[in-house]
Design a protein around this ligand. Structure first.
Ligand code: ZN
Length: 467
């Protein structure tokens, strides 16, 4: 769908119009003469009104009552009514409200139809959203972030039969370079040379080689010398390995186990497209986790990239094995802070479901405050969990430096403490296992991959760059 800027005269030509109204007077923006009076009469009481005639759809949303996330959801409701029209225009005096509307409308129009025979028939007819009230630049900046979010959804929705570790790296390189990013993909030989034992161990059961993708955004006008390093878990499919998962409600959605990789790669794309003046690097270790071939086994001891030895007690705790190598590798860039995102633990899902991501770490509190703020604004919320050192004890092994699984409780935190061991710089861990993938349809977020975290990270990093 296109998003096109229009002016007030063009708005008068539109057949289908949404007014985001703060006052009665705003309703005069509707391009029709008579009916506006009764809409005005009801304005104070009704948060949402509409008129439907054979030729026109006219909507009034009272943005004193419907704002932020509610407005995104309302936009999705309106899309459901208008999705088979050619276009729809939206107007309003409040820029924030216009942006919320566009987000809900544009993201809600996402469909993953690639694998249908009759995809043309299934596709929503709407071609264009016309916007009166935002500048061309404002529209473009927003659309870039939304397109990156939809790219992240595509990546998550693609099955491993298409999107294996090699293909994931290829797609990131292609998209990234087009956006102006520097992208380097390390192949298995190079990964072996570096001694990334964690990534290689998880890959042992796979017929596809691992990849390690390094994405760099270093604009000349960057505000920072030391980069922010992002790390995304790229397990393109997780069977659990020899510690095999059950199928229903578990292995059947495990193509989504690269949600962290999608989130960070798509964030980088959005940063580059919007030319955000901040030096940022993203690292994407990728493999599938299978029980085939010479699969790594419970009891194995693995030597990691930084020399730490890890006793593997559960091969389904593979995300931390590949992330640990990437987090240790981040040291090469001498980052200001390392932030990883991963669909890491079932414990995170059990704790807060799909409503938010869990965040924790040892970085200064100010980082958490800023990320939380961005989370509120985008409604990609994060909830901070404790990160006390007591949990570190649980990760100690009798015969190696660490083991890869803790006790039965607080699994999302012991995973974080495991990863912290490998970070030489201030560290933040985001567990997105809940919100990255939805089993049932949820308003504009859809079903399947949500692209969670792209808007969050873009907002956070953009704010960081303008401070
Ligand atoms: Zn796993």
């Amino acid at each position: 769908m296109k998003i096109k800027q229009i002016n007030k005269d063009q708005l008068q030509q539109a057949d289908h119009v949404v007014v985001l109204a703060k006052t009665k007077k705003d309703i005069d923006r509707l391009p029709c003469e008579k009916p506006v009076e009764f809409l005005k009469d009801k304005f104070e009481k009704e948060p949402f009104q509409y008129i439907k005639t054979p030729k026109h759809l006219m909507f009034v949303v009272n943005t004193n009552k419907v704002k932020g996330e509610e407005l995104r959801k309302k936009a999705f409701e309106i899309l459901e009514m208008a999705k088979n029209e050619k276009d729809l225009a939206v107007t309003g005096a409040d820029k924030e409200a216009l942006k919320n509307f566009i987000e809900g409308f544009y993201l809600g129009n996402y469909q993953f139809l690639k694998y249908f025979k009759d995809k043309k028939k299934k596709k929503n007819k709407i071609k264009e959203l016309q916007v009166e009230g935002l500048s061309q630049k404002e529209i473009e900046e927003l659309k870039n972030v939304l397109d990156s979010t939809l790219w992240a959804r595509d990546l998550v929705n693609e099955p491993v039969s298409y999107l294996d570790s090699v293909q994931l790296a290829k797609e990131i390189k292609k998209k990234g370079e087009k956006a102006g990013l520097k992208v380097k993909v390390l192949n298995k030989k190079e990964i072996e040379k570096l001694g990334m034992g964690g990534l290689l161990a998880v890959n042992q059961g796979s017929v596809t080689p691992p990849t390690f993708t390094i994405i760099e955004w270093k604009p000349k006008n960057a505000k920072n010398k030391k980069p922010v390093v992002l790390v995304g878990k790229g397990v393109v499919y997780d069977t659990g390995g020899l510690s095999l998962k059950p199928t229903p409600h578990s292995m059947d959605s495990m193509k989504s186990d690269m949600g962290g990789a999608a989130m960070m790669a798509a964030t980088m794309e959005a940063l580059a497209k919007n030319k955000v003046p901040l030096y940022v690097v993203a690292l994407i270790p990728s493999t599938d986790n299978r029980p085939g071939k010479n699969a790594y086994a419970p009891g194995d001891i693995v030597k990691m990239y930084d020399g730490t030895t890890v006793e593997v007690l559960n091969t389904d705790a593979e995300g931390r094995m590949i992330l640990a190598d990437a987090i240790a590798y981040a040291d090469k860039f001498k980052p200001e802070v390392i932030i990883d995102a991963a669909t890491l633990t079932g414990a995170a899902v059990r704790a807060i479901g799909d409503k938010a991501a869990i965040i924790m770490g040892n970085a200064d509190k100010s980082y958490f405050k800023e990320i939380e703020k961005a989370g509120k604004k985008t409604h990609e919320r994060v909830v901070e969990f404790p990160f006390w050192d007591e949990w570190k004890e649980e990760m100690k092994s009798d015969i190696a430096d660490l083991k890869n699984i803790g006790g039965g409780n607080a699994g999302m935190i012991t995973a974080g403490k495991f990863l912290e061991h490998f970070a030489k710089q201030p560290y933040i861990h985001i567990d997105i296992a809940g919100p990255a993938f939805l089993e049932s349809k949820q308003d504009y977020k859809g079903k399947g991959g949500t692209g969670f975290g792209v808007r969050l990270m873009h907002e956070y990093l953009k704010n960081k760059a303008t401070k």
